[in-house]
Write a protein that binds this ligand. Sequence first.
Ligand SMILES: Nc1ncnc2c1ncn2[C@@H]1O[C@H](COP(=O)(O)OP(=O)(O)OP(=O)(O)O)[C@@H](O)[C@H]1O
Ligand SMILES: [Mg+2]
Length: 225
Amino acid sequence: MSAFIIDEVKKTFSNGEVEEEILKGVNLSLKEGEITALIGPSGSGKSTILTIAAGLQKASTGEIMFDGKDMTRMSQEEVRHIRATDFGFVFQSSHLVPFLTVEEQLQLMLDVSETKMSKKEQTNAIEEMLKLVEMEHRKESYPSSLSGGERQRVAIARAIIHRPKILFADEPTASLDTKRSKGVMELLQELTRTLKLTTLMVTHDEEMLPYVDRVITMRDGYIVE
Ligand SMILES: Nc1ncnc2c1ncn2[C@@H]1O[C@H](COP(=O)(O)OP(=O)(O)OP(=O)(O)O)[C@@H](O)[C@H]1O
Ligand SMILES: [Mg+2]
């Protein structure tokens, strides 16, 4: 069953007088337990469709079905709630808060996510998650003392500590060397399967494609294959 369906999504930006259609009708359905990778040339609309799917910006037309409901018809507050509870985000740069320790980064996410976990459950969840990404030994460290790959593992842990259903990742390995990139992809693959996540990622790097379940190519605002 598809957990997430993007149906005929179009996006037009107006730059002063000129209207430009950046997405020209994108259709995509994502499956639970699978990583779908979006590839394609720079400017083809990959990040735009990802941020629209994630409710970070609005589609001009089209539907985004999550859990059987069209997100484009929801109030801002409903979308905000879904983003906080059901979605997780990873970006090219880890965007860790420089003055918080590794475990505090995860705690901050739990605070934002309106989790129903008790304090004790939260502490346990943080410990378990850090074990999963093999960062437990660095839980009291600050981001400045971590390597790029370690920071990205913490960013992934933070993205899913509240147990979201959908994980959005925009070029999560772009700031890493090949060895660390592969480590991050192995982790994303394992977490997507074991936690039954539905993962949508953008990548430029063909070497990462063996780690994903489906590859979708975009060109000029269309899906071409
Ligand atoms: N807010 C905006 N206003 C105007 N144009 C925009 C806006 N956001 C994106 N665009 C344009 O839409 C096009 C697609 O951008 P997008 O960021 O989705 O591309 P991309 O496929 O992610 O590229 P890259 O691989 O370089 O990250 C680009 O031409 C970009 O300049
Ligand atoms: Mg992009």
